[in-house]
Ligand binder design. Structure first.
Ligand SMILES: [Zn+2]
Length: 199
């Protein structure tokens, strides 16, 4: 089984003024980091060594611009891949906890999301916000709740997005930093269990 790794954000986009800027996702002012750089360190220095120890095959797929190009890159890579793990961090100053997102009708996506949610909440011990199925928004108001739905819908293999904790919450950040190695083990265990279940 080959795993495609999407480190959330990092691509460039046009600002309202027409200037091209890099989008690194949500930011922690206190910890001077952002979604992209936190997850880049997590994936490259913690998760990949763990994958290597377990002989798991992987490929990092980075976004250059918005999600559209990323989806087509992921689909190109998906010819040799089986699942896509997308790494993000949540943002809302008042909230705390762990959630994993999947495409509502994907049986394998839901199964993988459930395993990741279980393993991540075990090590982080932050509020369990549950797994959340994404679907096509019902209207423009609902679109906000379904953030990122086109990625889930348009990727050809199961796509799950981890929002392991809130980057905007200092207590969550401290928990994430302290448990970064355990998180890598948790994600690896979930992937191995998912693979075992598919045999
Ligand atoms: Zn994000």
């Amino acid at each position: 089984m080959k795993i495609l790794l999407d480190i959330g954000h990092g691509g460039s986009k046009k600002s309202t003024g027409g200037k091209v800027i890099r989008d690194f996702g949500a930011v922690s002012q206190s910890y001077k980091t952002d979604e992209f750089h936190w997850n880049e360190n997590f994936v490259k220095n913690y998760l990949i060594p763990e994958f290597q120890r377990n002989n798991l095959e992987y490929e990092i797929v980075l976004r250059k611009t918005g999600t559209e190009e990323l989806v087509s890159d992921l689909n190109k890579a998906s010819k040799t891949g089986d699942i896509i793990l997308s790494f993000h961090l949540n943002s809302d100053i008042k909230a705390s906890g762990t959630e994993v997102l999947y495409w509502e009708t994907s049986v394998n996506g839901k199964k993988l999301a459930g395993l990741l949610q279980k393993k991540l909440t075990e090590v982080l011990k932050l509020p369990d916000r549950g797994i959340k199925g994404r679907r096509k928004p019902l209207n423009s108001k609902d679109a906000l709740n379904q953030r990122g739905w086109t990625m889930f819908k348009n990727t050809k293999i199961p796509f799950v997005m981890m929002e392991s904790f809130f980057i905007t919450n200092n207590k969550d950040m401290e928990t994430g930093n302290k448990n970064i190695a355990a998180m890598a083990k948790a994600v690896t265990e979930a992937v191995l269990e998912f693979r075992e279940g598919r045999k």
